[in-house]
Design a binder for this molecule. Structure first.
Ligand SMILES: Nc1nc2c(c(=O)[nH]1)N[C@H]1C(S)=C(S)[C@@H](COP(=O)(O)O)O[C@H]1N2
Ligand SMILES: [Mo]
Length: 169
């Protein structure tokens, strides 16, 4: 037992740390539309993980059919689950702060991204979104499957024109 803690445990920790840093993130080739900073273990710039549209769309995409307070009639949004986006940056924390281009910001408890398939949508009805159309990235909760989310708390966390996510302890 003493042998394990004194000799093998350090070796074990060395290898587990090694596997964590072996995960990498490409350099964005196109315009950077999202920066994830704070508690991220995988970075491609000083202290942050930056993404272009192609990198975001290379992640597993979820399509959500939804009615929102901001649109007339049924809509379709697609993008990665935010929990998968966090995994791509090896992020962990208790809160996510979404910052929009107009500097509106809202905090989301980490629990939301595990309890619900909340996505960072890059497409609305199949098309990318201009800033005028609340793009390029829009936090979308599955309001149709989870009608209990239809209230001001979750509407306030439905940040559009997202440019950055800060992962808070
Ligand atoms: N980028 C951005 N997203 C935002 C907001 C904002 O001002 N800017 N307001 C939030 C809040 S507090 C709510 S309640 C809803 C407001 O939607 P409404 O302006 O259509 O009422 O969007 C949320 N998302
Ligand atoms: Mo709000």
């Amino acid at each position: 037992m003493l042998g394990f803690t004194r000799y093998l445990l350090p070796v074990f920790l060395l290898f587990s740390a090694g596997s964590a840093v072996s995960q990498t993130l490409n350099q964005p080739q196109g315009a950077v539309i999202l920066e994830i900073s704070g508690q991220v273990a995988v970075t491609n710039t000083e202290g942050a993980a930056q993404f272009d549209l192609e990198m975001i769309e290379a992640l597993d995409q979820l399509v959500i059919d939804v009615e929102t307070p901001w649109h007339e009639g049924p809509q379709q949004f697609s993008g990665p689950r935010i929990v998968d986006l966090m995994a791509a940056a090896a992020a962990s924390g208790s809160e996510l702060r979404f910052v929009a281009i107009n500097d509106y910001a809202a905090n989301m408890p980490w629990d939301d991204i595990e309890a619900h398939d909340v996505i960072l949508a890059s497409r609305h009805n199949g098309d990318t979104m201009s800033v005028r159309d609340k793009g390029p990235l829009f936090v979308i909760y599955p309001f149709n499957e989870n009608p209990e989310l239809r209230n001001e708390v979750y509407y306030g966390r439905s940040v559009w024109q997202v440019k950055a996510i800060q992962v808070l302890p």
